[in-house]
Design a protein around this ligand. Structure first.
Ligand code: 5GP
Ligand code: ZN
Length: 112
């Protein structure tokens, strides 16, 4: 399977690591859309939130639990935004589940 984020998790492609534990990896986005833009991913390959099921939900829960820890580590005391794009219409370009943490400023362009 050819997956960019699996290659990043394995260290085959370099990344600027922010956080790592047994199940979760977080790194700076290469093309930031905010002063702080970090991607949080499960080490297990899951295609998107659309592929979450009873078998992998515990891993997704660990990713969700890591997000506030990572935001705190990044100093995002005044809030932040979490985005997960899903599939073609959602604008997902990398088909490995990831959550964008965006912050460091008042986020513009609210879509909901
Ligand atoms: P998506 O568009 O799928 O929601 O988000 C994919 C994100 O991955 C984009 O924000 C893009 O900038 C980021 N990205 C793509 N390739 C790389 C890479 O090689 N390294 C890093 N750190 N981020 C990447
Ligand atoms: Zn993957």
């Amino acid at each position: 399977m050819d997956c960019l984020f699996c290659a990043i998790i394995k260290g085959e492609i370099p990344s600027k690591k922010v956080y790592e534990d047994d199940n979760v990896y977080a790194f700076y986005d290469i093309n930031p859309n905010a002063p702080v833009h970090v991607l949080v991913v499960p080490k297990q390959h899951i295609e998107s939130l659309d592929a979450v099921n009873a078998d992998n939900a515990s891993v997704v829960s660990l990713v969700m639990q890591a997000i506030p820890k990572i935001a705190s580590q990044l100093g995002l005391k005044n809030g932040y935004r979490v985005v997960s794009n899903i599939g073609e219409d959602g604008g997902q370009t990398v088909k490995h589940l990831h959550f964008h943490i965006l912050g460091g400023t008042k986020m513009p362009d609210k879509v909901c």
